[in-house]
Structures are given as structure tokens and as C-alpha cells.
Design a protein around this ligand. Structure first.
Ligand SMILES: [Zn+2]
Length: 598
């Protein structure tokens, strides 16, 4: 007795047995029972998802002696002939090899004759998109006015290649990719019928390899059963597939996070020796990092259809202390390298180099950390280093033969010692600071400090006497306080450019912001709150209570929230410090992270 491959042995013989295409089988069954089946039906979808199978079942449905019915009997002559593939009135045509106009002309002539003994003459054209233009034109003729005894069932993996004139005359049904769980369940049932012992891991590996195609899954299972003695395990499947186990992917991502290039190259070498296709490995790595990002963004297992619960937990553990921005950066490089790897004559080498590049990525800092760093930088520059002249002056200096002070450069040259030639007398650091580091200074001018860049070093703002404080308007006090804050933290002071201080009770003042949420959030950070409180206490008295308004008013509805986030992002982008950061580090904005408000 000849061996019948699983895919043929277990080919569905009625709509119920079709895996995961209920949306199509239900619609077709309804059309059959209400006698509204179209004369041309197009089944589109990935390979191995059941298009031809559905077409054959449909042929049985319309030609069954008990029909037309949604549940063919599978015992009558017509049903048996269709199952056996030798029905006189059902023509299965491969569009790829019969794609010429002559083939379709022949079909048209043949279609004019009445069926031999069935209700309908049925033409099942597989891969119909392969027909030539003239063949499509010939087909169009008969689709426009089909004889009443003819039905066309088309199957295609690429419906976009079918002319619109043909598409518009067909009723189109799209087959879904079969998900991993459905494939695994289907395989498990088959193995039980065949009394094949197989582990769940092995089934999952086969299912994943099949990539949504039931037929591929069955062919693989066939291959593995043939080569196996005893229980089928994941190791055995890997041996047959020559493939990639999921653990290797996790090892690769971990090595990326650990910046261990040697380990990655070892893993690639091991997989290469096992016969793993490097382009396929790249695709798997890309999907794996995509999954890591999706989980990091809070995605559920629904967004990761091919990931088991166990793997989901492993992913969660792996990304717990990896930033989303860093994952974005990795994926960016992977996408950029994709074309190189695909087109390379040595994909293994290209893949290794891609990982070397990924390992060289420096994880981007969140913008708040960056701002903090710039704060420190600004302070240090202001305190210790005579500053280089502003860019315009630098250019002039470069043109002139006179020795020029060093131009502002990248972060590497920042800690360089002060230039040897003395800085121009009148340009002291403190006065240069506003023009140099803040193209658009936001710190309000201190009322007690006449801004005169040509004068000598500015005297520290005079501290008002206590009785003066009692009489001066709160507005003036607030300006003075901002000036003092600016001495310690210029960026924080910049946040108060649109704020005002309001007395809200005995010994209690509140700082209110106009609109800028970014500023509110920034001022609310722990260290900053403490500095504000400390400066106010020094200015007024120790028992003054300072609060920041507008912070607890977190928006309550989702839409408003979104708009605010957008506004916040725009404000962050336009913040002078961000501009400074981009200029100083010659950087670009990769991501904007909105911090949870306190
Ligand atoms: Zn029948």
C-alpha cells in the first residue's frame, strides 16, 4: 500500500474541517443555503492556508447529488469523483503553467458545452494571478456573460496582480494566515490519530517553522515522522530543520545588551554550522527585537501571536531594565542593515558586522537626564572656564590671522584646559553666559542687576533686608528669588519665565505657571523642589511654605491627555535647553519621553 502524505490524508472534506477560515466557510455556507452563490469566487491568501481545499469543497457543495448544500454528502458519485480528483465536470487548472491566451480560449470553448452529469461545470484556477494579460482579457469575456451552468473558483497568493476588471467580477474571500496555536492544536490532533508521540515543544517548533501554512506544517511533520524512531522531541526537530532554537535568539539579545560581540559571533557560528540560513536568522532576530520592544511598550500576548506564555515571561524579564529608546535604536540599525544582509554575497559576515554596529550604539539618554547633564555642564562652564566667543565671533576669528580662542566643539574637547591667551578683559564668564549658552534667555532680568555686558564682573544681587522684603511687592521678591535660583541652576530658573508667585495664606506661597507643562514637570523634580524651597526660605524666613501649582491637575479624560502630551512634546522640543543640548552635542532628537507627573 502506498503511503499517503499527511497533507493529502487529512485534507478537509467539508467546511467544518477547514482550519481557521471560519469567516469564509460561514459566508459560503450561507450563500449556498440561500442559493446566492456567485458565479466567480476568488480565494486570496498566503500559501497553505486552504484556498484550493475550500474551492474543492465548494465544488462538492454545488455538485453534490443532495445539494446544492453547505454539507456535501461525500458519498455520492460527484463527491467521490471530486475527492479522487477525477471528476468529469470539475477542471483544476494551474494558472502558472496554463497562463497563455490559447489555454483560456480553449477553456471558453469547452465551457459552452453542458456538464457531463453534474449540475455545474466548475473551473478551479489556481495561482490565477500568473495568467498573461491577453489570457486575462480572454477570461474577462466569459466572466462578463458566463453560461448559467459554469462556476469559476479562483485561488491566488497575490491578488494585487489580478486586473481590476477581473477582480470586480469576482466575489473575493481572503484566507487568514493560520496562527501558531491553531497549527499546534491541529498537529497534536493528527499525531494522536497517527499514534505518533511528540512533545509540545516539538509541535511549537514545527508550527513556527510553518509560518502560518497548514500544508507546510504537515509536510514538515511528515518529514520528521519519517526520520524519527520513538518520541519526537524538540532537539530532533531542530536537527531536521537545521534550525534555530528560541533560546539562541534570547542569547543573542542578551549578548547585545551585555555588549558581548564575541558571544554573538559564537552563537552565529554555532547556528551556521547547524545549517541555519543567515537571512532567515536575521528575520528571526528582527522579529525577536520587535517582540522585545512591543513587550517593553506594554504590549500583550495578542500583539505577539507566535509567542508562548513561557517566552512572554522570558521577554519581560529580559527587557525589564532596558530602555525603550535603546530598543528603538537597535531596531533602527537592524532595519538599516536589512538590505545589506539580504543582498550580501556573505550574509553571515554582514550579519556579524550588523551586530558589531549595534554593540557600538550608546544607549540614548532620556531627555530629562540630558537636561540635567547640561545644567551641570553650564554651571561648570560658567564657574571655571573662560568661554569661547559666540559662533559669529569665532568665524571672524578664523578668518583673521590673529590667534583665535578655541571654537566650541564636541563633548570630547569640553574638559580641555583653558586657552593660554587671556580672555578679553571685559568678557568675564558670568556675563558671557547668557549670550553664549542661552540664545534666547528665559531667566527674567534681575531688577537689582543692571544688564551691562561691557561693565566689569557683575556684583552679586544685593540681598534685600528683611523689612524691605516686607514692603516690596511679591512680584519683585519672586524675581529676586529666581535670580538666586539662576545662580545655582540656570535651567530651573528658565522654567519660571512665565510663572508668578501668589500668597495663598499665612506663611504660604504658591508658584503658578502659565501654560508650560514641561516647565511644571521639570520644576517638580525632587532636587528642584528642594532648591526652590531652600531659596524661598533663605529669602523670606525659614517657616515659609512653598507649593507648585498646576501639578496635581492631571487631565482626567483620555483625549485631553493626548492633546496635552502632544503639547508637552512640542514644548520640550522648543525648550531652549533642548536646543542647547542638540547644539553642544551635535545631536538629534531620537525620542521624547513624558515623565509621570508627581
Ligand atoms: Zn455528495
Amino acid at each position: 500500500m502506498s503511503y499517503l502524505v499527511l497533507a493529502r490524508k487529512y485534507r478537509p472534506q467539508n467546511f467544518e474541517e477547514v482550519v481557521r477560515q471560519e469567516h469564509i466557510t460561514r459566508a459560503l455556507a450561507n450563500a449556498l443555503t440561500s442559493d446566492r452563490l456567485a458565479h466567480a469566487i476568488l480565494l486570496a491568501g498566503p500559501r497553505g492556508t486552504g484556498k484550493t481545499t475550500i474551492a474543492r469543497i465548494l465544488a462538492k457543495c454545488v455538485n453534490c447529488e443532495t445539494g446544492p448544500t453547505a454539507t456535501p454528502c461525500n458519498t455520492c458519485r460527484s463527491c467521490r469523483e471530486i475527492t479522487g480528483g477525477h471528476a468529469a465536470d470539475v477542471f483544476e487548472i494551474d494558472g502558472a503553467s496554463n497562463n497563455r491566451v490559447e489555454n483560456i480560449r480553449e477553456l471558453r470553448e469547452n465551457a459552452n458545452y453542458m456538464p457531463a452529469h453534474s449540475r455545474f461545470k466548475i473551473y478551479i484556477i489556481d495561482e490565477v494571478h500568473m495568467l498573461s494579460d491577453s489570457a486575462f482579457n480572454a477570461l474577462l469575456k466569459i466572466l462578463e456573460e458566463p453560461p448559467a451552468h459554469v462556476k469559476f473558483f479562483f485561488a491566488t497568493t497575490d491578488p494585487n496582480k489580478i486586473p481590476i476588471t477581473i477582480l470586480s467580477r469576482c466575489q473575493r474571500h481572503d484566507c487568514r494566515r493560520v496562527d501558531l496555536t491553531a497549527i499546534v492544536q491541529h498537529l497534536a490532533r493528527l499525531c494522536e490519530n497517527e499514534t505518533v508521540e511528540i512533545t509540545e515543544d516539538a509541535l511549537t517548533l514545527i508550527g513556527r517553522e510553518a509560518d502560518g501554512s497548514i500544508r507546510d506544517a504537515l509536510s514538515l511533520l511528515d518529514l520528521i515522522i519519517t526520520g524519527a524512531t520513538g518520541k519526537i522531541t524538540a532537539e530532533l526537530v531542530l536537527d531536521v530543520l537545521g534550525g534555530l532554537d528560541r533560546q539562541s535568539l534570547f542569547d543573542i539579545s542578551q549578548a547585545v545588551f551585555d555588549r558581548d560581540a564575541g558571544k554573538i559571533i559564537d552563537i552565529i557560528a554555532r547556528l551556521y554550522d547547524r545549517g541555519q540560513n543567515m537571512i532567515k536568522l536575521f528575520a528571526e532576530v528582527l522579529t525577536h527585537f520587535r517582540n522585545l520592544l512591543v513587550v517593553k511598550m506594554g504590549g500583550t500576548s495578542q500583539a505577539l501571536s507566535d509567542v508562548s506564555e513561557y517566552e512572554l515571561n522570558a521577554i519581560k524579564a529580559q527587557v525589564s531594565d532596558i530602555s525603550q529608546v535603546y530598543l528603538h535604536q537597535i531596531l533602527d540599525v537592524l532595519f538599516k542593515e536589512e538590505i545589506v544582509i539580504r543582498q550580501s554575497s556573505s550574509p553571515r559576515l554582514a550579519l556579524e558586522m550588523a551586530f558589531v554596529r549595534i554593540i557600538q550604539i550608546r544607549p540614548a539618554l532620556p531627555i530629562d537626564t540630558l537636561i540635567e547633564k547640561i545644567d551641570i555642564l553650564q554651571k561648570n562652564l560658567a564657574k571655571n572656564l573662560p568661554l569661547a566667543p559666540p559662533p559669529a565671533a569665532t568665524q571672524e576669528a578664523i578668518k583673521s590671522p590673529a590667534p583665535a580662542p578655541p571654537a566650541p566643539a564636541g563633548p570630547e574637547s569640553r574638559p580641555a584646559p583653558a586657552p593660554k591667551q587671556p580672555a578679553p578683559k571685559q568678557l568675564t564668564p558670568k556675563q558671557l553666559k547668557p549670550e553664549q549658552l542661552k540664545p534666547a534667555p528665559e531667566v527674567p532680568e534681575c531688577p537689582n542687576q543692571a544688564p551691562d555686558p561691557a561693565a566689569g564682573p557683575a556684583p552679586p544681587p544685593p540681598r534685600p533686608e528683611n523689612n524691605a522684603k516686607k514692603t516690596e511687592p511679591l512680584e519683585t521678591s519672586w524675581k529676586n528669588i529666581i535670580c538666586r535660583i539662576a545662580e545655582e541652576n540656570p535651567a530651573l530658573a528658565a522654567c519660571f519665565s512665565t510663572s508668578k508667585m501668589v500668597k495663598t495664606g499665612d506663611g504660604h506661597v504658591e508658584i503658578r505657571f502659565a501654560t508650560n507643562k514641561f516647565n511644571v514637570t521639570y520644576a517638580n523634580r525632587d532636587g528642584h523642589q528642594a532648591l526652590i524651597q531652600k531659596t524661598c526660605s533663605l529669602y523670606f524666613s525659614d517657616d515659609i511654605q512653598v507649593s507648585l501649582a498646576g501639578t496635581a491637575a492631571a487631565s482626567r479624560n483620555g483625549l485631553a491627555n493626548k492633546q496635552k502630551s502632544k503639547q508637552l512634546e512640542a514644548e520640550a522640543l522648543n525648550h531652549p535647553l533642548v536646543a542647547d543640548a542638540m547644539r553642544i552635542f551635535n545631536g538629534k532628537i531620537v525620542d521624547i519621553k513624558i515623565l509621570q507627573e508627581a
